[in-house]
Structures are given as C-alpha cells and as structure tokens.
Design a protein around this ligand. Sequence first.
Ligand SMILES: [Zn+2]
Length: 318
Amino acid sequence: MGPWYAAAALDGSIHQSAALDGLSCEGCGAALNVASGERTAKCPYCASPNVVARPRSAGEDPTFVVGFVIPEDDARKRARAWIRSTWFVKTAFAKADVSDVRGVYLPAYLYSGSATVQYSAQIGENYTVTETYTTTDANGKTVTRTRTKVKTEWRSLSGQWAAYLDDVLVTASRGLDNAELEAIEPYDLRALRRFTPKILSGWLAEDPSRAVSECAELARQEAVEQVGSRLAAHMPGDTHRDLRHETTFQHEHGALMLLPVWVLAVKYDPQEPPVRMVLNGQTGAITGTPPRSWIKIAGAVVVLILAIALTVWMGARA
Ligand SMILES: [Zn+2]
C-alpha cells in the first residue's frame, strides 16, 4: 500500500516555527502540545493529572486544518446543556465544572482511494397475483373470494463496480477513539485550509499518537462500510438480499490534518472511568452519555408507586 506510507513518511519536518512544549498523558497516551511555558494540569481527553513532559516528536506536519467556529463561551454553554440533557443524572457529575472544557486540535487522517468492488446479490422484482380463497361469511355460509398478493421473483446478479472515496476521516489520536469521531462527523471539508503553525497558537494540539498503519486499517474499515452502503443503494430491482462484496483499494492516500474539538472529561467518581463530552468545534455536534443515578431512578419509581397507591386508596374511600 505504498502511497499511504509514502505520504506519511517521517521526514523530520516538525513545527519548528511554533514554540511548543510536548506533553504526554500517562492515562490515555495522548501526545499533546501546548504553547511554551503554558502548563495544563489535566489531560483534556481523560482528566488524568499524570501529564508528563515528552520530547517533541519529529513527525510529519499536518497538511490541512479545519478551524474552530464554536467559541469557548458557546462550548461551555453547550456543555452545561449536555449535562442537563439527561434525566436523573448523577449528582456528582451534575456538578462538573464546564470551565474545564478544552479546545483541542485533534490529529486525523483524511483518506482517499479508489475502490474496485466484486459483488454478488439476489435481486428481487415484485409482482402482484390474484388468488381465490374460500371463507365463511357472517351467516356461516362458505363463500369464495379473491385477494391480491405481492410476490417476489429472485434472480442472481454479480459484477464489478468502482467507486472513489475522498472523505473518510479517522482519528490519529490515542486519546480519542474512532467511534467518537464518527459520532460528531461530518466536518464541512470545504472549510479546509493549509496548515500553518500559527493556527495552533492559543490551542492545545495533539501529535498523531496512533501508528500510520493502524490509521490506515481504520480508514479501510470505514471505506469498506461506505462501499457497502453505496453499493446497496446502487442495486437494481425492488429489493435485494445476500449482498456480498470484496473490495480492493488502489491509489490510497492519507493526508494528516487537524480537526477542532471541544472536550470535557469529567472524573466525577474515583472508582469510575471519566465520562467525556466531545463537541465538534465546527458544527457543534456532540457525543457522550452523562451517567444516570440508579438511586435517583429507584427513588422516582418509589414516589410514583406511592402516588398511584394513594390515588387508588382515595378512590376506594370516596
Ligand atoms: Zn489522557
């Protein structure tokens, strides 16, 4: 898969013009960069306090960047609304400090490639038949009636199909997994700009902390899924089943880019993993599930049962 690796070869060009310190999170493995002299006490991805200095990696520069559209006060407002969006939210969690929300430039790969797909499927064509049947009517007499029924005729179809994919985005961060990125996609890639180190000033940014080969694998999985749904939409007939496809990719390319995200990691209980909100810094799309309190839910159920019992009792006395 030469081109992908070639594009991402370590060429030693670091963000030299930006005065940045490298930090590494011992909790989740994120490789953060902050402006020189600035300190961050906690990892924005996992709220771990174990953030240690690391040498700046001599990796590739990002090619593109999508800028922040959502400002910090808006991100805080959205974080507060997110916390309140869940019923019976745990009290300790509800007290989360939304000023901990941090803007991070997330490293991601924008994958493109051409897919050659060998497929086979059963294609169904619907047709209508009129059947006669016997039944008993209201007077108990046997009568003959007709009804129409839709039937499906199946035929096999196989062939080759080609597609070009150019908008597959996958995380290159250890701190943030790909499912979370997918949950806040899409990014409007018309807003892509060439990367310049100046863009990072005032923001946290992360160096890729996943291996290129791992990102390539993630991208291909996503590309195969995309091929599957596009192929399904392309199938003729009224319906289809047993759609199988074997996809090979050529002319693969991965461009390293930075995506704006607002992250709030809440460590509300020392025994529990942190709960995290991730907010698309361009569109405001949010992912993350605030934890519910089972004690609160059980309390509400008890109150409800008592209310019903009281109503019934009052009704019986009247
Ligand atoms: Zn972390």
